[in-house]
Design a protein around this ligand. Structure first.
Ligand SMILES: *Cc1c(COP(=O)(O)O)cnc(C)c1O
Length: 372
C-alpha cells in the first residue's frame, strides 16, 4: 500500500529505532532526562530562542501556547483554514476560553491589511464592549492551503505590525523545516519573527512521536506549568526524544526530495483528464486536487484508489496527497498510474451505474468494484 494520506505515515527507520533503543533516559517531568534536555538545547538553538519544552505532539503545543499567551475572553487571530481553527477539536476554546477571529486568505498567507481589518472587526464597538485582541497565530507551512510557505519578508512584516498593535505572535511550525528547506531561509530567521514557535517531529521528519515548543525563558516556564496541568508531563521520554534527535541529524535536508516528489506528482496528475490540481508547483510536500469535474464523488474515488493499493486523504471537497520519507519516486509513478486508471474506469462505471438507476453511493462503489 502506498500511503500518501499524510507525512505522518512515516515509520521509524531501523537506524532511528537503534538510536531510540540506545537512548539515555531520566525523569522528563523533573527536567532530568538527558536525551530530552539535549533535544531541547538543539531546538532552542535551531530556533534562536532562550528555552524549549518537549511535548508528545503538536496539537498540545498550540493548546498550551494559546493558554500561556492569553486570558479567557481574549481574541486570537488566525488564518481561517488554520489547523488551530479547523483541526484541533476547538481546543483553544477549552484550554483558554478565547474567541477566534478568522483571517481569510487565498493560500494561508495574509497581509498587514488583513490583520488590520481583523483588528478593526474585533474593536468595532467601544473599548468598554470589545473583546481584547491578544495573539496572532501563523502557520508555516500552511497545511490546508497546500503546504504553502510564508516568505521571510512577508512574515516579518505581518508579525512586526502585529507586535506594534500589542499582539503576541505564535507560529504553528508543524512543518517549519519544510519551509526552511524550500526557501533556504534559516529556521532562526523565521522563528525570530514570532514570540513562540514549535516544530513537529512526526511529519516529514519521520519520528514516531514528539514536538518541541520554544520561546523566552519566562514563556516556557509558564507553559511548563500548563503542560503539567493538562497531563503533558512525561517520565523517561528520552526514548522518544532520541528519535527526534536522529531526525534532526538525518531527515532535514532530505525534505527537498519530498518537495521534488510533490512537484512531480502535481505535474503528472495535472496531465490526467478530469483531474484538477490546485497548484501544479506546490511550495513543499502537499498536493491538492479534485476529480469533481468528472462527476466523481471523492469518497468513491478514494475507496477505489485504496482498492488498487494507493491511499490518499480528503480535506474538505479536495483530495490531498502528501509526500514523505517512505514514498519513492517509483511509488509516485505507481500512484499517478493508479489515479489515471481509477479515474478512467470510475468515469465509465458511473455512467453504467446511472443507466441502471443505482443512486446510492455504496451501490455505485460496489458496482464499480464488481464490474472491474
Ligand atoms: C499536524 C499538524 C498539527 C498537529 O500536530 P500533531 O503532532 O499531529 O498533534 C498542527 N498544525 C499543523 C499545521 C499540522 O499540520
Amino acid at each position: 500500500m502506498i500511503l500518501l494520506t499524510s507525512d505522518t505515515e512515516t515509520k521509524p527507520t531501523q537506524a532511528m529505532r537503534q538510536a531510540i533503543a540506545n537512548a539515555e533516559v531520566g525523569d522528563e517531568q523533573k527536567g532530568e532526562d538527558p536525551t530530552v534536555n539535549k533535544l531541547l538545547e538543539r531546538v532552542a538553538d535551531l530556533l534562536g530562542k532562550e528555552a524549549a519544552l518537549f511535548f508528545a505532539c503538536g496539537t498540545i503545543c498550540n493548546f498550551v501556547s494559546i493558554k500561556t499567551h492569553t486570558r479567557p475572553a481574549d481574541v486570537v487571530l488566525a488564518e481561517h483554514m488554520s489547523h488551530i481553527i479547523r483541526a484541533e477539536c476547538g481546543g483553544a476554546a477549552l484550554s483558554s476560553g478565547v474567541l477566534m477571529e478568522p483571517i481569510a486568505s487565498e493560500r494561508g498567507i495574509f497581509t498587514i491589511d488583513a490583520v488590520e481589518q481583523a483588528l478593526g472587526r474585533v474593536t468595532t464597538a467601544p473599548y468598554l464592549y470589545s473583546a481584547i485582541p491578544r495573539l496572532l497565530c501563523v502557520e508555516q507551512s500552511h497545511n490546508f492551503a497546500g503546504g504553502s510557505v510564508w516568505q521571510l519578508p512577508e512574515l516579518r512584516e505581518v508579525c512586526d505590525f502585529s507586535r506594534q498593535k500589542g499582539l503576541a505572535t505564535h507560529m504553528d511550525g508543524a512543518r517549519l523545516l519544510n519551509a526552511v528547506v524550500a526557501t533556504q531561509t534559516t529556521a532562526k530567521d523565521f522563528a525570530n519573527c514570532v514570540d513562540s514557535v514549535w516544530i513537529d517531529f512526526t511529519k516529514g521528519l519521520g519520528a514516531p512521536m514528539g514536538a518541541v515548543l520554544a520561546g523566552t525563558r519566562e514563556f516556557i516556564s509558564e507553559a511548563r506549568r500548563y503542560k503539567h496541568m493538562f497531563g503533558g508531563a512525561m517520565r523517561q521520554a528520552g526514548i522518544v526524544a532520541a528519535g527526534c534527535l536522529y531526525a534532526l541529524d538525518h531527515h532535514v535536508e532530505r525534505l527537498q526530495e519530498d518537495h521534488d516528489s510533490a512537484s512531480y506528482l502535481a505535474r503528472r496528475l495535472s496531465e490526467i483528464e478530469g483531474v484538477t490540481v490546485r497548484d501544479t508547483k506546490p511550495d513543499t510536500n502537499i498536493v491538492f486536487f479534485d476529480v469533481s469535474k468528472l462527476g466523481l464523488n471523492k469518497g468513491m474515488f478514494l475507496t477505489l484508489l485504496q482498492e488498487h493499493g494507493v491511499k490518499m486523504g480528503a480535506v474538505g471537497q479536495s483530495i490531498r496527497a502528501v509526500t514523505h520519507l517512505d514514498v519513492s519516486r517509483s511509488d509516485i509513478d505507481f500512484a499517478v498510474d493508479t489515479v489515471a486508471k481509477v479515474t478512467k474506469f470510475l468515469g465509465s462505471a458511473v455512467i453504467k451505474a446511472e443507466r441502471q438507476d443505482i443512486y446510492k453511493l455504496e451501490n455505485v462503489v460496489n458496482f464499480a468494484i464488481s464490474s472491474r
